[in-house]
Design a protein around this ligand. Structure first.
Ligand SMILES: CCCCCCCC(=O)SCCNC(=O)CCNC(=O)[C@H](O)C(C)(C)COP(=O)(O)OP(=O)(O)OC[C@H]1O[C@@H](n2cnc3c(N)ncnc32)[C@H](O)[C@@H]1OP(=O)(O)O
Length: 210
């Protein structure tokens, strides 16, 4: 998907876009580069390359690392994971989350775990699913007029296998707020099948807390 297609896709509600503030513009094509990186990681995970391909790939990747290393900037100036206008925030640590509907109280979206997230026997790795829940609930906790919070705990129940390569539905919502504490819940479904559900406590940061 091109940056233009990303930008016109109905992914962020105005509510989320408004509260999440400015995003770094970044160079044209950044979203497409991250999409290519995601596909690349899936291809690496799925392939059984021969020795020549492994050697060539290692050399190519090392070449790109040496081009990128001198371009490193401080965290505040980084683009990776800061493009909140793009599905998946322009990062590859967690799977690409597409938001279909969002408000300050709840959010609904979809996600497909590629081969990169395979645990075994066609099931998504058990560590990749909490990443997704933390992503969606962390963003929801900080939506609306909320002050910034951090995850204090994230409890995940794995109810059935989460399949690789299938479009899954994800929802998140506020349960309650009490002082600085916000309890949020989320679930991940494959059609009618509940794959996993989560409960997270997010604690509003005091001034000066990192
Ligand atoms: C765009 C980005 C999207 C992705 C978002 C991702 C969000 C994240 O993952 S953040 C990274 C992971 N989280 C962290 O690193 C947090 C590390 N922990 C901390 O910084 C602190 O422990 C923090 C801020 C959570 C709480 O510390 P502090 O502010 O001192 O709170 P504290 O005063 O101890 O507790 C406040 C209340 O929360 C409760 N609480 C705090 N931690 C817990 C916990 N783990 N379990 C249960 N209750 C807790 C306390 O009991 C207290 O309750 P009450 O007011 O009823 O007495």
């Amino acid at each position: 998907m091109s940056d233009e297609e990303h930008a016109s896709a109905p992914h962020w509600s105005e509510t989320w876009r408004g509260v999440e503030g400015q995003v770094p513009a970044g160079p044209a094509g950044y979203g497409a580069m991250i999409d290519t990186l995601r596909t690349f990681l899936d291809d690496v995970a799925a392939a059984s390359p021969d020795e020549a391909i492994v050697a060539a790939l290692t050399q190519d990747m090392a070449g790109w690392s040496s081009k990128l290393r001198p371009l490193a900037v401080p965290e505040a100036e980084r683009i990776f994971a800061h493009r909140r206008d793009l599905p998946g925030r322009g990062q590859t640590m967690s799977p690409q989350l597409f938001i279909d509907e969002a408000s300050a109280e709840s959010v609904r979206g979809h996600v497909t775990f590629g081969d990169y997230y395979l645990g075994g026997n066609g099931a998504v790795h058990g560590g990749a699913i909490p990443l997704l829940f933390d992503e969606i609930l962390g963003r929801l906790s900080n939506a609306g007029t909320q002050k910034r919070s951090r995850t204090a705990f994230l409890h995940v129940d794995f109810r059935s296998i989460t399949p690789i390569g299938k479009r899954l539905q994800i929802r998140g919502w506020f349960e309650y707020e009490e002082g600085r504490k916000r309890l949020l819940k989320a679930d991940l479904r494959d059609g009618d099948t509940l794959c996993a559900e989560a409960e997270g406590l997010f604690v509003e940061l005091r001034p000066g807390q990192p």
